[in-house]
Design a binder for this molecule. Structure first.
Ligand code: GLU
Length: 312
């Protein structure tokens, strides 16, 4: 837990998770999110689970799931529960969508990406799309004003991030009516993640700051579905030399499976935990044990990005 709480954290249930998308093998940037979420869970006597977010087959890479799980195994980041695959959970997402439809919190939309590019891709307000013909393709969008009745279109919504502080966005300019089920019938990440975090009892979300923009959308869905809102902590992202976030898309090299202990040491160092020099030679188990015993997430407070090779 990212606070200097005076109550014993042992009594507070803690469930954390790491939720990779199988669009490529793990790289150093994804290891940081895995390690930070793992250390935070373990240092709070919490559970830590792995969830495979395989929702988008066209973007997946062959064997990525197996490679991700193999890497997590080599780094001894073991899930406390059987690994869940989102591709096997469509009925849960459908049930959540049915509730949203029933409560009139979503609307069907046929707008194209091209149409929306004129408004910076932000859809705001029910467009009243006609879906009366059976072969019309449409998405389901969450009506962001529906649960923010007290707010006007100029309003901002916000949440408190344990590391990044108060984070706010404009309902109309930044969020809009986001998609929960896509036109191609695939489930949107926002809905699936919220349903799964709830179903799996996740209490703490520790992930990269590149996902902070999604948090307020997810909070709206959690409110709309009457789910509790987890604690959020967004860690900085690792950047390549050109300043871009290290990612599968910009072909960050796959994690080295030959030297997991040394890489974990580097991850701890990157996470500003200042591991002692002599820990470098120890086993994966020892490095993780040191990381758990000495985890001080607030050393990352306010930091948004940092070179992948920090400290140089
Ligand atoms: N599956 C998402 C990704 O790999 C992460 C989701 C999350 O941590 O909320 O970017």
């Amino acid at each position: 837990m990212f606070s200097n709480s005076t109550i014993s954290t042992a009594d507070i249930p803690y469930v954390g998770r790491f939720a990779p998308s199988p669009t490529g093998p793990l790289h150093f940037g994804s290891l940081l999110a895995a390690v930070a979420s793992y250390l935070d869970a373990r240092s709070n006597n919490g559970k830590w689970i792995i969830r495979m977010e395989d929702l988008d087959p066209p973007r997946e890479m062959a064997n990525a799931k197996e490679r991700i799980l193999e890497a997590l195994d080599v780094y001894q980041l073991y899930s406390d529960e059987p690994i869940v695959y989102q591709s096997e959970r469509y009925p849960l997402y459908q049930a959540a969508l049915d509730r949203l439809i029933h409560n009139d919190l979503v609307f069907p939309c046929t707008c194209s990406r091209k149409q929306l590019s004129a408004v910076d891709g932000i859809h705001f307000g029910n467009c009243g799309s006609d879906i009366s013909s059976p072969d019309i393709e449409f998405a389901w969008r969450f009506n962001c004003q529906s649960i923010n009745a007290e707010l006007n279109t100029e309003s901002e919504v916000s949440f408190n991030d344990a590391l990044q502080g108060h984070f706010k966005q404009s309902l109309q300019q930044d969020i809009g009516d986001f998609v929960v089920k896509r036109k191609d019938l695939l489930w949107a990440y926002q809905l699936a993640m919220v349903v799964d975090d709830f179903q799996q009892g996740v209490t703490h979300v520790v992930r990269g700051i590149d996902l902070i923009d999604s948090t307020l959308r997810q909070n709206m869905l959690q409110r709309a579905l009457n789910y509790p809102i987890p604690h959020y902590a967004h860690i900085p992202v690792a950047c390549a030399e050109n300043g871009q976030k290290l990612s599968k898309q910009n072909l960050a090299p796959a994690l080295d499976l030959e030297n997991p202990a040394a890489n974990l040491w580097r991850a701890l160092s990157w996470l500003r935990q200042e591991p002692p020099e002599n820990l470098r030679q120890e086993s994966v188990k020892e490095v993780l044990a040191w990381g758990i015993a000495n985890w001080q997430p607030l050393k990352l407070q306010g930091l948004q990005n940092q070179a992948a090779n920090y400290p140089a």
